[in-house]
Ligand binder design. Structure first.
Ligand code: SAH
Length: 249
């Protein structure tokens, strides 16, 4: 009997892999990976490792989730130790839960290795504290593209003292801003969009909530990107402004 390792690859920068993840990647015989896993991380694998990409995109599914589950189980049943490498953390919007269930249902041993989720990596890289004594004591992670976006109740997740982080929200950014404003959130709430967090081509863009869709469109923001909504999204700007003012004095 083999085993399935559900491994978090972090947000991009290979330096943000856990030691356990990097050890598993370097020793793997078979790596089944997402499109989000950075090429520099895949390059750490041994030359003899078999690499299987199961990259998905919003419009194009190269492999259905059931087929991915079946592949992991099939390989483990013939004795392979499978490294299933996922962007960020396997259990944050990564469908790792379904893969773990499929393994358990088939009697295949499965172990989960946590990774730095995109929200944490992006916040660190952009110096946006997700919580802050003066600005936020609650933080929520939501998926902007998921089953039944419109029916989801996000009221209370954003606003004073709260930070809302939206994964997969680019394509629906206009609907997201409208939904939050309709729920009573001020159109002036600061928003930061972080594209390619922790990678060399990272961009951090800011606007008030009402300008979110225009910000995404004008700057041609591409996936992967995260949207952070709340006072904390403007803190770094605010600090820079204060420092600039002090420097002038
Ligand atoms: N399991 C992953 C999330 C998978 S969902 C995690 O824990 O991070 C995919 C979404 O994650 C993307 O649409 C994007 O919103 C976000 N994401 C992943 N990597 C990112 C990065 N480097 N920069 C910004 N957003 C990222």
């Amino acid at each position: 009997m083999g085993k399935v390792w559900l491994v978090g690859a972090g947000p991009g920068d290979p330096d943000l892999l856990t030691l356990r993840a990097s050890r598993l990647v370097m020793n793997a015989r078979l790596i089944v990976h997402d499109g989000l896993v950075d090429p520099a991380i895949l390059a750490m694998a041994s030359r003899n490792a078999r690499m299987v990409s199961v990259a998905k995109s919003r419009s194009r599914h190269t492999m259905k989730q059931e087929d991915i589950n079946a592949l992991l189980v099939r390989e483990a049943l013939v004795g392979t130790e499978v490294v299933r490498l996922k962007g960020g953390d396997p259990f944050v919007f990564g469908r790792g839960g379904e893969e773990a269930e499929a393994c358990r249902a088939a009697g295949v041993p499965v172990e989960v290795v946590p990774g730095v989720s995109a929200a944490l990596g992006a916040a660190a890289a952009a110096q946006i504290p997700l919580t802050h004594r003066d600005s936020a004591s609650i933080v929520s992670f939501v998926a902007g593209q998921c089953k039944g976006l419109t029916e989801q109740d996000w009221s209370g997740l954003a606003g004073k003292g709260r930070t809302l982080v939206i994964y997969m929200g680019l394509a629906t950014s206009e609907a997201i801003a409208e939904k939050l404003i309709a729920d009573g959130l001020s159109p002036d709430v600061p928003v930061a969009v972080i594209e390619n967090a922790t990678r060399q081509d990272m961009r951090v863009l800011r606007s008030p909530l009402a300008g979110l869709a225009a910000l995404v469109e004008t700057n041609k923001v591409k996936s992967p990107a995260l949207i952070v909504i709340g006072e904390v999204a403007a803190r770094e700007d605010e600090t820079m402004r204060k420092l600039a003012l002090e420097a002038i004095k």
